[in-house]
Design a protein around this ligand. Structure first.
Ligand code: PLP
Length: 373
């Protein structure tokens, strides 16, 4: 049986989500229409919005539904006309949103350098927008957002937080985080792909990326994706329960790391000394490219990902690991294993068996190469 350990890329759809989406597909109304069909569609959108709001400690009015986490990040960064400072570990959808963004360094543990942020805030000639993610998609490292907020507030900055990887994995409250904007994406927690949200604190004006109709209180024009939004709502309703079962996943993840280091003591766990998501492990195996690891595991029926960006079939070293100080070779040997709601101990065993065989073969090749030299 094939094994899926790539939840940070996308999580399998939850059955409750499929049920909600199927019901929503039966609705024929446009949520902007005033007749009964339209009202039913509107009800579906607003019910989902309530679920999302409840899952993240926000009010329904603060939620702008979008077509992805990428769109939410773009709306946050491009919708606010201020100098922007982003952490070096951000997702590409934040990194590419603004050409004029200034990068805040991260340390070797993947944590944002607050002194660097303070230097940037001090030197800024206008109040800034600071964008720091809650949890990193490659390493799982969780940033000290409360410290970022406290610092940024002293300089009158607004704060955006990409929480796409956090929802359903760790407790998440927009109100408690104290940020001004927060991005979410449904498919990272068992909802459908192609739906996201930007939570915008009441009183903050974001300029819409998409203009047209007055949907989403004129912050995002376009007829609502009723089935997708309903699926997001159903997934959000399960987020609390998912967080409660996270300690079991964390035990599986920790066990993987112990076994990895028993087989290959030189294996590196990126971000292993930082607060991390319970489901994520970013493992570097010096001397063995992540391409080989991903392909060998795939042939054995185990899906994981390379800890690098893959665009047009070409792997480039991860900017996240490079920002943490990993060299190109080290970054090119890193894989990401990410667990989720369907993961079993047996799945982790299968990963370890295949990966150990690879690591042992690497050790033998090393010895052979040394004896030839
Ligand atoms: N932000 C983070 C941290 C992510 O991991 C991702 C997806 O990988 C995104 C944003 C983009 O979300 P979406 O796939 O919904 O566009």
């Amino acid at each position: 049986m094939d094994i899926y350990l790539d939840y940070n890329a996308t999580a399998p759809l939850r059955p409750e989500v499929a049920t909600a989406m199927t019901a929503a597909l039966e609705l024929c109304g446009n949520a902007s229409s005033v007749h009964r069909f339209g009202r039913l569609a509107r009800r579906a959108v607003e019910d989902a919005r309530e679920n999302i709001a409840a899952a993240v400690g926000a009010s329904a009015a603060e939620i702008v539904l979008t077509g992805s986490g990428t769109e939410a990040n773009n709306l946050a960064l491009r919708g606010i006309d201020r100098p922007v400072f982003i952490s070096a570990a951000e997702h590409d959808s934040v990194r590419a949103a603004r050409d004029d963004a200034t990068t805040i360094g991260v340390d070797s543990n993947g944590l944002v350098e607050l002194t660097h942020l303070e230097d940037l805030l001090t030197a800024a000639d206008a109040p800034a927008l600071v964008s720091v993610m809650l949890a990193n998609n490659e390493t799982g490292v969780v940033q000290p957002i409360d410290e970022v907020v406290a610092l940024a507030r002293r300089y009158g900055a607004l704060i955006h937080c990409d929480a796409v990887q956090a929802l359903g994995k760790i407790p998440l409250s927009f109100a408690a985080l104290g940020v001004d904007m927060m991005s979410l994406s449904a498919h990272k927690l068992g909802g459908p792909q192609g739906v996201g949200a930007l939570i915008v604190r009441d009183g903050i004006d974001v300029m819409p990326l998409l203009r047209g109709g007055g949907q989403e209180r004129s912050r995002r024009a376009g007829t609502e994706n009723i089935a997708g939004i309903s699926g997001f709502g159903a997934a959000a309703a399960l987020a609390g329960q998912a967080v409660e079962s996270a300690p079991a996943l964390e035990r599986l993840r920790d066990d993987i790391e112990v076994r990895v280091q028993a087989v290959a003591p030189d294996a590196v766990i990126y971000g292993g000394d930082s607060p991390r998501l319970p489901n994520t492990s970013c493992i570097g195996l010096p001397g063995l490219s992540n391409e080989v690891q991903v392909m060998t595991l795939d042939l054995a029926g185990v899906a994981i990902s390379a800890g690098s960006a893959c665009s047009s079939g070409k792997l480039t070293p991860s900017h996240v690991l490079q920002a943490m100080g990993a060299g190109d070779d080290a970054a090119a040997s890193a894989i990401r294993v990410s667990l989720g709601w369907q993961t079993t101990a047996g799945d982790c065993d299968r990963f370890i068996e295949t990966w150990s065989a690879l690591a042992n073969r690497r050790a033998k090749t090393d010895v052979a190469e040394r004896s030839v030299a």
